[in-house]
Design a binder for this molecule. Structure first.
Ligand code: 3PG
Length: 317
């Protein structure tokens, strides 16, 4: 069927649980490395449109090589690439304007967008679900007003990214359910390819005229060690692809809602890792706000998981 499960309430066999745990581990790990190389690149070459496009390009090369070796080119008619493009470029613009941790705090509100979109699509949520998103909104707001690196562009980029990725996840899961012959890894490969085609012309239009000058400045900023610059940009591309590929392998087995919640838990790891790595100043109230937002997501996942279970019981009775 084409209906999207709200949560994953069926117990999974042990080997599937192990596979899922590995995939989640790789997803989080690759994402931390991506966030570090991406921000290192942005620090010397502040052109998010170039980097976002290059990261998709790396994925295209990776998957084209994979498909040629395996002589298998998957085809599907509909795909969620447009939402992926919007989610990715807006996150990158946000990363270029504020501390990485701040973008991820705002992005921890992704499940809130999930509820809002699903209710527009006809889902009805009990009051406690709406109440459980209040701490997320409150925590994010507290983190925003106390953020040292605060900037409106950084905040709105992260919000737009939430909008893009929630829709991407819903449509990706639909594609995985409707086109059984394609798995998450290959679906993500196709998404990269189409997103790259969407993003390249727009990136050239928005920023292309500044790339040559920016490149010269970047080489000066890394003290003339051009290989160092190429290395960090390339790593941002490779790890971008790897973390998304792992996350789509997880999406094979979980609902879009569990995906959003798992993604928020990932942000805890990324926030801590990047604050330590970049030695970003954090005010106590800011840390409190981030903590409340993430705790809110946990509460929210608890009430929505119960709702999913109830649905299953209604179906089987
Ligand atoms: C991106 O470039 O798209 C960012 O990494 C944000 O994505 P996330 O929601 O997967 O962390």
């Amino acid at each position: 069927g084409s209906s999207i499960p709200d949560s994953d309430s069926n117990p999974k066999p042990v080997n599937q649980t192990l596979k899922l745990a590995t995939v989640f581990g790789l997803w989080y790990f690759h994402n931390v490395i991506f966030n570090i190389y991406n921000k290192k690149s942005l620090n010397v070459f502040p052109y998010p449109w170039f980097l976002a496009t290059f990261q998709l390009f790396t994925g295209c090369i990776w998957m084209l090589a994979n498909w040629s070796i395996n002589r298998r080119f998957p085809k599907i008619s509909k795909d969620p690439a447009l939402f992926h493009t919007v989610g990715h470029i807006s996150a990158c613009v946000s990363f270029s304007k504020v501390a990485v941790s701040f973008t991820h705090v705002i992005k921890s509100a992704e499940p809130v967008f999930s509820v809002i979109f699903s209710s527009f699509l006809g889902e009805i949520y009990p009051l406690k679900v709406w109440l459980s998103i209040l701490p997320i909104v409150f925590g994010c707001s507290l983190a925003a007003v106390t953020e040292v690196s605060f900037n409106l562009g950084g905040l709105s980029g992260a919000m737009i990214s939430n909008f893009g990725f929630v829709l991407r996840n819903i449509y990706s899961k639909k594609s995985l359910q409707n086109f059984k012959e394609i798995d998450g890894l290959n679906l993500y490969g196709l998404i990269s390819l189409v997103s790259f085609v969407y993003l390249l012309p727009v990136a050239i239009l928005v920023e292309g005229s500044q790339w040559v000058g920016g490149y010269k400045n970047a080489i000066v900023a890394v003290g003339g060690r051009s290989m160092e610059f190429y290395g960090m940009v390339l790593c941002s591309g490779i790890f971008y692809h790897l973390y998304n590929q792992s996350s789509y392998q997880a999406l094979d087995d979980i609902s879009p809602l569990t995906f959003s919640v798992g993604n928020t838990m990932k942000r805890v790891v990324v926030i801590v890792a990047t604050v330590l790595f970049f030695r970003n100043p954090v005010k106590p109230l800011n840390a409190l706000g981030s903590g409340i937002a993430i705790l809110g997501t946990f509460l929210y996942s608890q009430v929505t998981a119960k709702k999913g279970k109830k649905k299953e019981e209604e179906k089987s009775s």
